[in-house]
Ligand binder design. Structure first.
Ligand SMILES: Cc1cc2nc3c(=O)[nH]c(=O)nc-3n(C[C@H](O)[C@H](O)[C@H](O)COP(=O)(O)OP(=O)(O)OC[C@H]3O[C@@H](n4cnc5c(N)ncnc54)[C@H](O)[C@@H]3O)c2cc1C
Length: 381
């Protein structure tokens, strides 16, 4: 495995850092407090090329290799001082886009992908329901076959982009008697009669990313909007979860590096008992732990991307990466607060936000428990 980057790749990362620092950090404290989504920042990301990284050229993307892509996203995480927008970018790139690229017809892809790449609209990926999250195949949403298409009934909950998405990829059961093999996916336009989107008004972290509920009440979806074959939902979910689990946290590596840099600087400057606090072993060991977490998280993520580039299986490694990066980020965010003392707790110093944002990573794209189940299962249990 070669961890060396080319000069061009390193340049791409530097450009991503500079772009994020310049365009993504305006009025962060106020936007975070108000839970405000920024189309302006989103469209700047599109113009910078982020939304086309994982999309084929035929649909307006750049089909960038996976190692370069995660390095660019790491740079975005380093430059952007919050995690909401990077999470939103990663969420679209690693669930909605790959589902379309892998399973969409040329007509479906021509309709939806170019507009995602230009940032004209966003799409949601809707599996979770009020009563089913980890056990997603037990979903209650149904799609009944009728002349010319399907009628959807049910509800999806805690869906990224739900309040603003122009369409949603919705998983529903076309044959409840077949269990998971009866699940199919549909592209449902927001303008469809019977489609309702509602926001979750308040959430702990990732506050700049819209999140909410979708309801389908006798919602007619034409046959040409089925994504993949009938009963193909599991294959699609598995594919999307593999890429999401693998890379949704790529930006958090950059964020962890930025957090570590800030902690080192603060530990050097802050004086207590006649010396800088970094001279106390309690503080320096926290910095050491943060460094080890960052490097181990980074190695796991790079290995997943490298395995993908080699065309090798990566299920276990992806689960380990998702588990480790998310848990490391929470631990390090807590350490960052400890190192900054009360300043770490006060919103104005922008230290506490990482902890609030980081907790979401323990839940979305499969909770830490589910990742542990995957790892232990593949390990032989
Ligand atoms: C910020 C954020 C964004 C999200 N975005 C989306 C989205 O865009 N689309 C979407 O479909 N969903 C989305 N979700 C929902 C997310 O996928 C679910 O929250 C997640 O799958 C967990 O499901 P749940 O919340 O229903 O918890 P549950 O499944 O009810 O789990 C509750 C607890 O039981 C544990 N548990 C459950 N089953 C097992 C098991 N087999 N072994 C061990 N422990 C288990 C869990 O680990 C957890 O601790 C998002 C969630 C968050 C927080």
């Amino acid at each position: 495995m070669d961890f060396g980057w080319t000069e061009e790749q390193e340049q791409r990362r530097r450009e991503a850092v500079e772009f994020a620092e310049t365009h993504l950090n305006d009025a962060l404290i106020a936007r975070n407090r108000d839970g405000e989504w920024s189309w302006e920042a989103w469209r700047a990301c599109a113009e910078f090329g982020l939304l086309g990284l994982a999309v084929p050229e035929a649909y307006g993307g750049t089909d960038t290799d996976i190692m370069t892509t995660i390095l660019v996203m790491e740079g975005i995480g380093y430059g952007c001082r919050e995690n909401g927008l990077p999470f939103a970018l990663n969420s679209l790139m690693w669930s909605v886009q790959p589902a379309l690229v892998t399973f969409g017809t040329p007509e479906q892809n021509s309709t939806y992908l170019p507009r995602l790449v230009t940032g004209e609209c966003v799409g949601a990926f809707a599996i979770s329901e009020p009563e089913t999250g980890s056990d997603s195949y037990a979903m209650a949403t149904t799609a009944e076959r009728v002349d010319g298409g399907y009628v959807l009934n049910g509800q999806k909950a805690y869906i990224t982009f739900a309040p603003i998405a122009e369409f949603a990829i919705v998983f529903a059961s076309t044959a409840p008697e077949l269990g998971s093999w009866g699940i199919s996916a549909f592209i449902v336009d927001r303008s469809t009669e019977g489609y309702t989107a509602e926001p979750v008004e308040e959430k702990m972290g990732l506050r700049t990313t819209p999140f909410g509920k979708l309801t389908f009440d006798g919602c007619f979806v034409p046959e040409e909007n089925r994504l993949g074959p009938e009963g193909g939902g599991v294959a699609m979910f598995t594919r999307a979860m593999e890429s999401e689990r693998s890379y949704v946290l790529a930006s958090q590596l950059g964020r962890m590096e930025r957090q570590l840099d800030a902690c080192v600087e603060y530990a050097r400057e802050r004086q207590a008992f006649g010396q800088s606090i970094g001279k106390f072993q309690a503080v320096s060991h926290r910095i050491a732990d943060m460094t080890v977490r960052l490097e181990t998280a980074r190695h796991l993520l790079y290995k997943v991307a490298w395995l993908e580039q080699q065309g090798k299986p990566l299920l276990k490694e992806a689960a380990m990466a998702k588990l480790h990066i998310s848990e490391c980020f929470v631990e390090s965010s807590l350490d960052a607060i400890r190192i900054h003392g009360a300043k770490g707790y006060a919103t104005e110093f922008e230290v506490e936000r990482d902890l609030r944002d980081g907790v979401g990573g323990l839940l979305y794209s499969g909770t830490s428990d589910i990742q542990r189940n995957i790892v232990s299962h593949i390990t032989g249990l």
